[in-house]
Every structure is written in C-alpha cells, then in structure tokens.
Design a protein around this ligand. Structure first.
Ligand SMILES: NC(=O)c1ccc[n+]([C@@H]2O[C@H](COP(=O)([O-])OP(=O)(O)OC[C@H]3O[C@@H](n4cnc5c(N)ncnc54)[C@H](OP(=O)(O)O)[C@@H]3O)[C@@H](O)[C@H]2O)c1
Length: 213
C-alpha cells in the first residue's frame, strides 16, 4: 500500500519505519527535506522515500497526519487535494494544564475533517505515548494484544486502518463515528496524566476484553 506521512517526529517516524518494514511503500511528505525530523527518519530507515507534500499525498492511498495540532491547518493546506484519501489523524489538541485543546466542545479529529471535507478521516494512533508506537510488544499476556481504539465515519477507511493496526501488532477497536474521537482524545489526556504526570512511565496500554455476544 502507498502511504504518505505528514510529520515524522516522535509519532510519525516509528510508524513510518514499521510500516515500511511490513512491506508498504512509505513516503515522507516533506516541506523541508533537510529538517531534523526528516533527516532522522531517513537515517533510521533509508528505505523511506521523500517527496514534496503534494506529490507524496497525491500518490498515496493512506496519509498519516502526525504534526503538532497547531500546525495541522498549515500542513494540510500544503498537502494539496486529499479527496477520497484516507487521512489518519494521529494528532491531539492538548490545552493548558492538560485540558482538551478545543475545550471538549468538539474533537480535534472533527476539526481536521472540517479542513479537508473530502478526505476520509480516521482517528488512530493517539491514546498512548510515542514509546508504544516504537514498541508495542507486551510479552506475558498470551494472545492478548494492546488495543488501538479508532473512530471514523467511513467504514471502508476504518477497515483499511484496522488491518494496518493488526499488522503492527494492535487489536483494533472500532469505537464508532468520528465524533467519538472526543472521547479518545480524553483517553490520551488520561494516559499522559498517568504516564508522565503521575510518573507511572510510558510502558502501559489498554486492552479490550469482550464477552461473546
Ligand atoms: N509525542 C507523543 O507521545 C504523542 C503520542 C500520540 C499523539 N501525539 C500527537 O502527534 C502529533 C505529533 O507529535 P510528535 O511528538 O510526533 O511531534 P514532533 O516530534 O514535534 O514532530 C512533529 C512533526 O511535524 C512536522 N511539522 C511541524 N509543523 C509542520 C507543518 N506546518 N507542516 C508540515 N509538517 C510540520 C515536523 O517537521 P519539522 O521537523 O520539519 O518541523 C515533525 O516532523 C501531535 O499532534 C501530538 O499531540 C503525540
């Protein structure tokens, strides 16, 4: 699958690396090929390709958005036409004192969708710190996989991202429409509080236990 990454920092770089190693054709949509994050991602995995944002996005089926939330608008404006593309929103609106950056009135993912109405936005790869995107192996739990909660309005797009999640070692959990992203963004704040403020450390994730229905 052809995948483009807008943003290859803490979050984007490990996901781009792992997806390339799974055999996908991964391209960094780079506004500046010499930027530190782009160079570090290439050093980590020289098989990643680099193109201008418009070229990378144009040829991709799936586009990951992994930029600071405040940069989303500018980054998407530079990316060109996202019509029909699956846009994976990995970003989190984090406000002062670890509050929700949009005052919990609507999710960041819905804001992203409003910027690119023709894209098929799926919220995924948030709810944890980047350390878990680097390494999501939790040995000792048998077949139980860490849960990756996702949300989106397009069922086909969610299926594609669920398949990518599985390949990356996650148990995808479809939480519903994109509006559910607000709750996922609060889960992120909970994770940050527990991991970073209470100093539990980054090495924990959520799991989904489901009785047969
Ligand atoms: N850090 C975490 O643990 C974590 C976990 C889950 C979700 N998130 C969310 O994921 C997003 C990225 O976080 P991060 O920690 O990976 O950030 P980061 O390490 O600072 O990386 C940000 C990336 O975005 C790029 N970027 C910045 N402004 C841009 C613009 N206007 N246009 C295009 N690209 C731009 C940067 O490129 P340059 O190097 O060229 O500036 C860099 O590659 C945030 O929204 C964050 O809330 C973070």
């Amino acid at each position: 699958m052809k995948i483009a990454f807008i943003g290859v920092g803490n979050v984007g770089a490990p996901l781009a690396d792992h997806l390339q190693q799974l055999g996908h054709e991964v391209t960094i949509a780079a506004r500046d090929t010499n930027s530190q994050s782009v160079q570090a991602a290439l050093q980590r995995n020289p098989q990643l390709q680099v193109q201008s944002p418009t070229v990378a996005v144009q040829s991709a089926e799936v586009v990951f958005l992994a930029t600071p939330f405040a940069a989303n608008q500018a980054a998407l404006a530079e990316a060109g036409d996202l019509s029909g593309k699956i846009l994976v929103d990995c970003t989190n609106p984090v406000g002062a004192n670890l509050s929700h950056g949009l005052q919990s009135e609507r999710s960041g993912a819905e804001f992203v969708q409003s910027l690119v109405p023709q894209a098929r936005v799926v919220k995924a790869f948030t709810i944890y710190g980047f350390e878990n995107f680097e390494d999501n192996a939790y040995p000792g739990y048998g077949d139980l996989k860490p849960a990756m909660l996702i949300a989106g309005n397009d069922a086909d797009a969610k299926q594609v991202i669920s398949t990518l999640c599985q390949a990356l070692g996650w148990e995808p959990v479809d939480t519903g429409t994109l509006a559910m992203s607000l709750h996922l963004e609060h889960m992120t704040l909970l994770w940050i509080q527990m991991a970073r403020v209470q100093r539990r450390g980054a090495g924990f994730v959520w799991a989904m236990l489901q009785k047969p229905q």
